[in-house]
Design a protein around this ligand. Sequence first.
Ligand code: BGC
Length: 518
Amino acid sequence: MGGGGLAVAAAGGVEFEAKITPIVIISCIMAATGGLMFGYDVGVSGGVTSMPDFLKKFFPVVYRKTKEDLDSNYCKYDNQGLQLFTSSLYLAGLTATFFASYTTRRLGRKLTMLIAGVFFIIGVAFNAGAQDLAMLIVGRILLGCGVGFANQAVPVFLSEIAPTRIRGGLNILFQLNVTIGILFANLVNYGTAKIEGGWGWRLSLGLAGVPALLLTVGALLVVDTPNSLIERGKLEEGKAVLKKIRGTDNVEPEYLELVEVSRIAKEVKHPFRNLLLSRNRPQLIIAVALQFFQQFTGINAIMFYAPVLFSTLGFKNDASLYSAVITGAVNVLSTVVSIYSVDKVGRRFLLLQAGVQMFFAQLVIAVVLGIKVTDSSNGLHSGFAILVVIMICTFVSAFAWSWGPLGWLIPSETFPLETRSAGQSVTVCINLLFTFVIAQAFLSMLCHFKYGIFLFFSGWVLVMSVFVWFFVPETKNIPIEEMTERVWKQHWLWKRYMIDDDEYVDDLAKKNGFADSL
Ligand code: BGC
C-alpha cells in the first residue's frame, strides 16, 4: 500500500546520528517485496480475467458472452462472481488490518510480516492450483489477509528502521514498488496469455509466489525494530539493535527518546477514541477524505480492469494486454516524477494540477466512447483507440504523481504521535474498503453507465479538487512536530478545532453558565 510511513519515533526535530547500514538497505528490499506483492495482486487479476481459458474454466457464462455478439459491448464482463474474484482480496484485507494492528503492537513488526508472508504463500498455492471457483476465492481471501498484515506492518517497520532523513523518500518508494508490482503483473500476463494449453493463468497467479517468498525469507532474516522491542519491554535488546542498525555506539539520545515515546504511547489508553477528539479531527477528516477520493478518481477501474476495459472497447486480447502494459509503465514513471517534485512544488500544487489533467482526460474519453462505441458496434477504429489509450495514460500519469502517493503521504505526516498508529489503521481500512467497492461495482457500473462511467469519475475529480482547494493545507517542508502550530492553527477552518478538549469543555460550560458544577 502506499506506504503510510509511520514516523513513530518522532525525533522532536532533532536528527540523531545514523549511518545507512546494511540492515537499513535490507529494509528497503523489504519495502520492495511488500509493495511488489500488493501491486502484483492489484495488477494480475485484470489480465487473468480477460484470458479465454480462465473464463472458460471458472466463468463459462462470461466466456460465452464474450464470444456472442448479441449482448451489449459494455456488459460482456458484468458478472458478480468475476468481480468477487477481484474484490474478495480487499474485503479480506480490510478485516485483517484490525488483527494486524494488534499483532504489530503485541507480537512485533517482524512476526507480523512473517504472518503476512505465510498467508501470501498459501494463497498463491490455492490460486495457482485452483480446480474450482471456491479454491480461487479462498486463495484470494488468503492473499487479502497477507495484504492486510503486510500493509500495516511493513510501512511501520520501514519508518522505524530508517534514519529520519530518508523517511519521506521511503514512503513514496513503497508506492513506487506498488506500481512496479502492477507493471510486472501486466508484463507477466502479456507473456502467459500466449501460452497454449490453457495453463497460462496458473503461471500468472503462481508467479506472485516470488515476492511472497522474498517477503517471508526477508521477515525471517531481519531484526525487529528497536521501537517494537522497547514497546514490548525488551529494553536491552532494543538498545543493542539500535546500535546495530544505526552503525554507531552513540545511540543514547535516540534510545532515551524511544523509551519516552513508548511510555507516552502506553499512556494513550484509547488511541482510536483519541482520534475523535476535536484537535485530531482535521487530520482524521483529511485522511478519510483523501483515501475515499483516491479510489473515486477511478484509478483502480483501470488498474484492475484495463485489459477487460480495452477488450470491451474492441481491442483484440493481445492488444488489450499490450495497452495495459503501457498504462502500467506510465504509472511507474510518473510516480518517479512525484518523488522529485513533492517537496519542491508541494502537495497542493500536485493535487490541483492533476485534478485538471484527470478531469479533461476523462471527459475526452467519455466523449470519444459516447460517439464511437455503440452497444453493439465492434469497438473503436484504430485512430480513436489510440486517442483513448493516450487519454488513459494522461489520466494515469496525473494520478501517479498526485493522489497515488499523496493519499498515503499526507495522512502519515499529519497525525500527531498520540494517534499516528490508529490513524494509519484507519487510513489503510478506508483505502481497502473503497478499493473493494470499486472492484466489486466497476463492471456493473460500466454495463449500466456505459461511457458515462468516465463522466461519473470526472465529476468526483471535480469535487475532490474543490475539497483540496479549501480544506487541504500545504505540508511541504514542515517537520511533523510543528504541524499543529504551523499548519492547523493557521488554516481558516481547521484552526477552530485546535483547542484542548478540556479547555473546550470548560468553555462550553462557561458559555452555558454552569462552570462551577464541573
Ligand atoms: C492505490 C491503489 C492503486 C495504486 C495504483 C495506490 O496508491 O492505493 O489502490 O492501485 O495506487 O498505482
